[in-house]
Design a protein around this ligand. Structure first.
Ligand code: FAD
Ligand code: DHB
Length: 394
């Protein structure tokens, strides 16, 4: 088998890349270990930057997003018994859109399938080979048990943090930066209308809480929990009691409802550089992970492949390597900005177990500052809606 671009992983990065390449007349094959149903059901991100919405719109993928996405002009920060609004529209002229990653993935799969694209779900034993040659090879075992080899002009590793593509870059040729956090998020999807018009990020001595949403009928809520927490220790009534405690505000009510789904997500910051080795290009979580506070992961994945689609088109269709050479640096500038922002939001809002009272005072001071100084509020707002550094010169 032969294709122009072999794509490993049918998450948002791999699927959007395949679509953007097709729009430019470049053929690709996408291989994915999970089933289509699993990919479409996995609960993850919920917030799209305005730049991500624009990319999806320009690619003809926003018909449902434009009907069902909820445009938000700001967020609330809650601390010390107060809830303060950060007004993105006023501070940046931009907004974000609440539209679940699961819906983005469903829209992308539907568009690829309608176009007759090659996507294989349920594959196993993925291997990438000869990535420093002009003809890298993608090998896998199809759902039918038959081993296949696809000769490509380039391979895109869009296989997430636990994928295999990053390891195809020799250890001596890459630098990894990584830090963990002494907490995790317990997330629930609840069958109840949101109790808020915009997201609430709450600082509380007992730990962080986030009230997000999925639709006018569905709420998504998160609680800071210890990193090794067992979900069995959190029956629904304990989750609601803890959410009530951390969001409590006189005159405001958190409405409870049936919990449809719950899970615990560990948190880390991770960057692997460079994002390219020969004709292997990494994109999205395969190259970098941010803690979820600030909603950057999905947006970074979409931004990477927007740059990569242009670079690969130039490389495999036009035989020009300049954009491919610039790919890694162009992405890493934005990745590091988002990595800093996510770390900053995370450490401002979470209670570190065992930390003295000094930490809480510093966090409260910072929260008062970002909600009262227009300069500080604008800095938070422009990072949240999506800061796009200019491409490096030279
Ligand atoms: P993934 O979505 O991980 O996709 C990779 C795909 O590759 C998967 O389908 C996987 O099955 C497949 N794969 C893995 N290994 C192989 C292999 N060997 N062969 C073939 N296929 C393989 N981000 C935001 O922007 N906003 C948010 O609000 C937000 N909230 C989040 C909340 C939670 C609870 C979590 C867990 C994440 C959140 N994120 C958020 C992060 C966001 O979900 C990820 O950054 C995003 O999924 C990255 O997309 P991706 O395509 O790079 O990787
Ligand atoms: C959601 C997740 C986030 O990490 C965040 O900062 C905001 C919203 C969500 O899943 O809705």
């Amino acid at each position: 088998m032969r294709t122009q671009v072999g794509i490993v992983g049918a998450g948002p990065a791999g699927l959007l890349l395949s679509h953007l390449l097709a729009l430019r007349g470049v053929e690709s094959v996408v291989v994915e270990t999970r089933s289509r149903e699993y990919c479409e059901a996995r609960q993850r991100a919920g917030v799209l930057e305005s730049g991500s919405v624009q990319v999806l719109r320009e690619a003809g993928l926003a018909e449902r997003l434009d009907r069902q996405g909820l445009e938000h002009g700001g967020i609330y920060l809650q601390f010390a018994g107060e809830r303060r609004h950060i007004d993105f529209r006023e501070l940046t002229g931009r907004t974000v859109t609440v539209y679940a990653q699961t819906e983005v993935v469903k829209d992308l799969i539907a568009a690829r399938v309608a176009a007759g694209a090659a996507i294989e779900f349920g594959i196993s034993d993925t291997e990438v080979d000869a990535v420093t040659s002009d003809q890298p090879v993608l090998r896998y075992t199809g759902a039918d048990g038959v081993r296949r080899a696809v000769t490509c002009d380039a391979i895109a590793g869009c296989d997430g943090f636990h994928g295999i593509c990053r390891d195809a870059i020799p250890v001596g040729l890459r630098t990894v930066w990584e830090t963990g956090y002494p907490y995790a998020w317990l997330g629930i999807l609840a069958d109840v209308p949101p109790s808020t018009d915009e997201l609430i990020y709450a600082h509380h001595p007992a730990g962080f809480a986030l009230h997000s949403l999925r639709s006018p009928q569905l709420s998504r809520l998160y609680l800071q929990v210890p990193p090794e927490e067992d979900i069995a220790a959190w029956p629904d009534d304990r989750i609601w009691a803890e959410l009530q405690r951390r969001f409590a505000l006189p005159g405001w009510q958190l409405t409870e409802g049936p919990v449809l789904e719950k899970g615990i997500t560990p948190m880390r910051s991770f960057v692997s550089s460079p994002m390219r080795h020969g004709r292997l290009f990494l994109a999205g979580d395969a190259a970098h992970i941010v803690p979820p506070t600030g909603a950057k992961g999905l947006n970074l994945a979409l931004a990477d492949v927007t740059v990569l689609a242009a670079a690969l088109t130039s490389l495999v269709r036009d035989g020009r390597g300049e954009l491919a050479d610039a790919y890694s640096d162009a992405c890493l500038h934005r990745v590091w900005r988002a990595t800093h922002f996510s770390w900053w939001m995370t450490t401002m809002l979470h209670a570190t177990p065992g930390a003295g009272s000094m930490e809480a005072q510093l966090q409260l001071s910072q929260l008062r500052y970002v909600t009262s100084s227009p300069a500080a509020a604008t800095s938070l707002a422009e990072n949240y809606v999506g800061y796009r550094p200019a491409a490096p010169s030279g």
